[in-house]
Design a protein around this ligand. Sequence first.
Ligand SMILES: C[S@@+](CC[C@H](N)C(=O)[O-])C[C@H]1O[C@@H](n2cnc3c(N)ncnc32)[C@H](O)[C@@H]1O
Length: 230
Amino acid sequence: MQGIECSFRHAYIQRQALLDIGMDQRKATEVFHEWAEKGKDAGMERGHAPSVDVMLNLLLEGVDKPFSAIDIGCGNGWVVRKFAEHPLCNNALGIDGAVAMVERAREIDPNGTYCIGQLPEWSPEQPVDLIHSMECLYYLKQPIDFLRNIHDNWMKSGGKMVIGMDHYKENPESHDWPQSLNVHMTTLSIDTWVKGLEDAGFEDVKAIQTGAKEGWNGTLVLSAIKPHRP
Ligand SMILES: C[S@@+](CC[C@H](N)C(=O)[O-])C[C@H]1O[C@@H](n2cnc3c(N)ncnc32)[C@H](O)[C@@H]1O
């Protein structure tokens, strides 16, 4: 009897230890795979649309030459389709690690380019002019390292990136999301994101918060340019 109690206790202690160090957390891409299977991608699209409008305006302002673009963490691909509608867009690609999200994107738009890929490992075959990412990068364990990877390997010189995040230090309403979803999120301050972009080699880094209201500090939108190199 004592042996059984002992092994129950051992299992309990092991589980507590796993919880304490966060090893019991689910992968974000598994959770969003399930969301797509349940059709929750459409609600996410509606919810993010006002912030993404602001982001795309920032990204596309002044664009007067043909461009290529990538949406990182593209969900059901709705931003890729917005890029593809632009008269100067010659190539738009979406990448996401949730299989059902990418299947949904391909179902809506069989001619679009949607890749299943796990970040930070995945990278594009060719660097592009414009990068967009809404509500994805904070799911990474080392998002600041990934900024350097984007700068060095994903973008052409002179290219522009705009990223948006609702989960960040100055938006306390979002602080319980890692627990409620049981998914890792890296909670960084606005200054840390800005410094991370500058340290990665980006210039003209700007941060704004859009859509703020009572009890909600808005989407953090960061824009940055990869400088031209002679
Ligand atoms: C909150 S959803 C946002 C989707 C889309 N950007 C939108 O606004 O509708 C985050 C997306 O990032 C993807 N994602 C999160 N972590 C990822 C990772 N490590 N690799 C690839 N995709 C990831 C998820 O699968 C999910 O589709």
